[in-house]
Design a protein around this ligand. Structure first.
Ligand code: F6R
Length: 260
């Protein structure tokens, strides 16, 4: 596991974008796994800058997002409403601003009538694309990756997952409340890639920012591997794992140097 400690959110975001941009330059038809939430927004801004100013070409890139609220979603071929779906988030924060083909974007469809079948198909689609080259990850306040809430099997696959009170509270405060939604409007389950699915990506790139995540990330990377903190499963990854932290998020770690 390689740890990179950066001075602030901006430097964390730029460092992550360099790694993603290098992946795209080395393999123009790479498969990228994307995450939503507050943490990757700066990285997406930087990727847009790469596209606009340095002509980074996303035309052959395929993407798979980690998760989507069950009950929210959008058809990417149609104009979209101001909902709080992760599909809309990705359009607004990244996809609308780069030359990615809509046909190459995959996001769990929160309005799927047969969610179980959808999840099996999603897994098959990832396999058919040749697997994920680089998977971007954040970490939840309760240590989740994607929406693999505490207690999720570390071998889990893409599925419908109920959300814990902690995640509902965190995400209500960060997104739904700001957008003028009531608590009752927030979906309480989500379609999510499983921990097992995520571990199959060839490179895991986790971003962690802020004091509020400092103890959680310490437990995830220095503590025991446990389904109580599903992010700890990244310790099981046999290949490349990069964790980029800002100084606040790194404040509880035992190390202060880059580790390879
Ligand atoms: C979202 C996702 C989640 C978030 C996590 C952190 O696609 O996979 O695991 O990465 O909840 O969210 P933020 O970045 O908002 O703190």
């Amino acid at each position: 596991m390689k740890l990179i400690i950066t001075k602030d959110y901006e430097e964390m975001s730029k460092t992550a974008a360099v790694i993603i941009a290098e992946t795209v330059k080395t393999k123009p038809n790479c498969v990228l796994g994307f995450a939503t939430g507050g943490t990757p927004i700066g990285t997406y801004k930087e990727l847009i800058r790469y596209y606009k100013e340095e002509k980074l070409d996303f035309s052959l890139v395929k993407t798979f997002n980690l998760d989507e609220y069950f009950g929210l979603g959008m058809d990417l071929s149609k104009p979209y409403d101001k909902d709080q779906s992760y599909a809309r988030f990705m359009q607004e924060e990244l996809f609308d601003h780069i030359n990615i083909s809509k046909d190459n974007i995959n996001i769990p469809y929160g309005l799927a009538k047969q969610p179980e079948k959808f999840c099996i198909d999603y897994e098959n689609k990832i396999k058919k694309a040749g697997g994920i080259d680089l998977q971007l990850l954040g970490i939840g306040g309760n240590g989740h990756i994607a929406f693999n809430e505490p207690g999720s099997s570390l071998a889990s696959r893409t599925r419908l997952q109920p959300l814990t009170k902690k995640t509902l509270k965190d995400n209500y405060e960060s997104f739904f409340k700001k957008a003028g939604f009531n608590k009752e409007d927030m979906p309480c389950s989500a379609l999510t890639m499983g921990v097992g699915t995520i571990l199959e990506a060839r490179h895991l790139l986790m971003l962690v920012s802020g004091k509020s995540k400092a103890l959680t990330i310490k437990e995830a990377i220095e503590g025991c591997i446990t389904s109580k903190i599903t992010a700890s499963a990244i310790q099981l990854h046999p290949g490349k794992v990069t964790v980029i932290l800002d100084d606040d998020a790194a404040s509880e770690l035992s190390w202060s140097l880059d580790l390879v």
